[in-house]
Design a protein around this ligand. Sequence first.
Ligand code: ADE
Length: 302
Amino acid sequence: LKDNQESAKGSRPLHPGWEISRSSLKLGKILGKGQFGEVRMGELRKRGITQTVAVKTLKAFSQEKDKEDLIGELDILVTVGRHDNIISLVGACTVGGPLTLVVEYAPNGCLKDWLRNNRPTEMNRTDNRNNGILLPMEQLITFGIDIANGMTHLASMQCVHRDLAARNVLLGKDLTAKISDFGLSRDIYEESEYVTSTQSQLPIRWIAYESLFYQVYTTQSDVWSFGILMWEIMTMGKQPYGRMTGKELMELLPSGYRLEKPALCPQDVYEVMKSCWETLPENRPTFPELKATLDRIIQDHK
Ligand code: ADE
């Protein structure tokens, strides 16, 4: 454990063009908390203009690994550049105090919370045997298109996300989905895949077959996670595989066992998610193909 109040002192900015002075940043309420630290709402004053931002900081005493992840996240955001479906970097405070990441504020919060808060209630669930009210299916498919769009950009920048899940997607104004949380992302420019030496604490339910069994991460393993994320969307935020344990899941996947079609999910959308769970990565669709297929499906649903 290292005191981050001290660790950044006296060094040079990590990305000089992105350095923000600590005095121009005013912190507000907590938006989220993790083991790493916290995310707060903030106000950034630049040339007389005040902008609402989200500010990610480490706990005062944190693991060296958490710090590396946050520096990695900053590096990735600098590399990836601007895209409407990726949370954009505003800047960072990397000298004179704890490492602080400043990103675009997403006014509609995280996708997982939105899904859970917008479930049809008993009140507005009608009783026709069709299983209740129609979900705003177009909106749900649009989330998928947005995410496939952002992932297409990320993949083109040789970046694997490795933690694509509804909890790591934020919603901008007009409910534009924005991919976030790049702490575990890796640049695969040199090798086109990332192989871990240690089994990480990544959430098993979202992890691709080859990553689970061989620790190999590629853009095609992000496609597997995208399929799980589509399942989260179509269930309005349910836990994939319910109460099954990670050990049970690892025993079942090799026999071809996969998530079932959610009750309200159209068959064509289920076919898309199932294709993301092909055992062989090369048999899964690519992100540009996923975007094109979902575009076609939403036209058919209109
Ligand atoms: N929670 C975590 N990060 C956020 C962000 N950038 N905007 C809004 N809420 C968040």
